[in-house]
Design a protein around this ligand. Structure first.
Ligand SMILES: Nc1ncnc2c1ncn2[C@@H]1O[C@H](COP(=O)(O)OP(=O)(O)OP(=O)(O)O)[C@@H](O)[C@H]1O
Ligand SMILES: [Mg+2]
Length: 369
């Protein structure tokens, strides 16, 4: 195999633990400065993939390059140790050393590498600036906020001037509010450092909001590798559709199509939405519609289905509704300006939706318009 450009290139990576296939032919390439995320449920192989890239786990097959340099090759037996891979890592269970101040924490990896005091001090200053923590080098961890401690952990990974940062659920031990703040903080630090990031999370909101591209994984395989928008709007498989975002499944039949639109007959009426390039041939169809893609109103087209509002919840920037559509429970969202009362009947229209074969499994391909 030829060398390919990219900050990190992973080809045909496989890893078994005994009989269990943890990762199965995983492939991706991370561009310079890219924020690349592995997203998937617990046990799907995210950490194993990251550890193989880091050199903390040996894959069985495949090839890994970092910064154009092969670090692992199953065919030749090449397997460089972690400290020869130019990576910086932060784990979920990161801890800053409580008995060292901020500067000592960040400088520690350089000290281990035998750098001089002046070299270390200069790099620590640079890293503190990257972290937007200039002047805080003398603080002890106990005098820092949770978010600042998180940044120190990141600083320790940045100190050695890695070519790529590997982050495994680094925000998961922060509370919800801080986690949200740190998402933006982390992006800003990445831009200042100009470094590519390989990020691991099971949190879809985190993945969607931070990543340039996401690889959605299930059972050791990548189902879909694309931008957050593409993954959300045009999921490649049933698994991706289910895992990323919320979705309503409504049994339907195609009642007509033409001009790029299709008419879907559902319980109590019909939806008129954009059609995919080719309509599925199966008759056992379901239309998958995101809650925000269902529109609710007091009046509407005669053939639009009517549903009963069973529950209304205020969610700050709008309302979330539970609806009963002829025995089918649906979720919908409206903006604050549209406030509909519990118990009333509303007209339901769909802005967009994806057709899926009702009987197909998680691996089945989804055709979106
Ligand atoms: N050292 C090991 N020995 C045996 N099995 C392992 C080992 N490490 C991981 N596994 C198994 O490999 C699979 C993938 O694990 P991995 O830790 O990569 O999942 P993950 O996607 O990071 O999950 P989580 O979101 O829970 O961290 C799991 O089934 C796990 O039990
Ligand atoms: Mg993990």
């Amino acid at each position: 195999m030829n060398s390919t450009s990219g900050a990190v290139t992973v080809q045909g990576l496989k890893k078994r633990f005994g009989d269990m296939v943890a990762i199965d032919t995983v492939e991706f390439s991370i561009a310079e400065g890219e924020f690349f995320t592995l997203l998937g449920p617990s046990g799907c192989g995210k950490t194993t993939t990251l550890r193989c890239v880091a050199g903390l786990e040996s894959a069985d097959e495949g090839r890994i390059e970092i910064d154009g340099k092969p670090v692992f090759d199953g065919a030749t037996g090449l397997d460089l140790p972690a400290n020869e891979r130019a990576i910086g890592m932060v784990f979920q269970s990161y801890a800053v050393w409580p008995h060292m101040n901020v500067a000592e924490n960040i400088g520690y990896p350089l000290k281990v590498r035998g750098q001089s005091g002046t070299q270390i001090a200069a790099r620590v200053e640079e890293v503190l600036k990257l972290l937007d923590m200039a002047g805080l080098g003398g603080r002890m961890p106990s005098q820092l906020s949770g978010g600042q401690q998180q940044r120190v952990a990141l600083g320790r990974a940045l100190a050695i001037e890695p070519r790529v940062l590997l982050l495994d659920e680094p925000l998961s031990n922060l509370d919800a509010k801080l986690r949200e703040l740190m998402r933006a903080e982390l992006k800003l630090i990445q831009r200042r450092a100009g470094l590519p990031i390989l990020y691991v999370t099971h949190d879809q909101v985190e993945a969607l909001s931070m990543s340039d591209r996401i690889a959605v994984m299930s059972a050791g395989r990548i189902h879909h590798l694309a931008s957050p928008e593409e993954i959300y709007d045009r999921p490649a498989t049933r698994f991706v559709l289910d895992f990323v975002g919320s979705v309503n499944y409504i049994p339907c039949t195609v009642a007509g199509s033409g001009g790029g639109r299709m008419r879907l007959a559902v319980a109590g009426g019909a939806f008129d939405i954009a059609a995919p390039d080719s309509l599925p041939t199966t008759t056992d169809l379901t239309v998958a519609i995101r809650p925000e893609d269902l529109a609710l109103s007091a009046t509407g087209p005669d053939d639009a289905p009517r549903a009963q509002i069973t529950l209304r919840s205020f969610v700050g920037d709008g309302f979330e509704y539970r609806l009963d559509l002829q025995g089918l429970s649906l979720r919908a969202r409206t903006e604050k300006s549209v406030q509909l009362d519990e118990g009333t009947e509303v007209v339901v229209t769909a802005r967009r939706g994806v057709l899926v074969d009702a009987a197909a499994g998680q691996d089945s391909v989804v055709a979106a318009a």
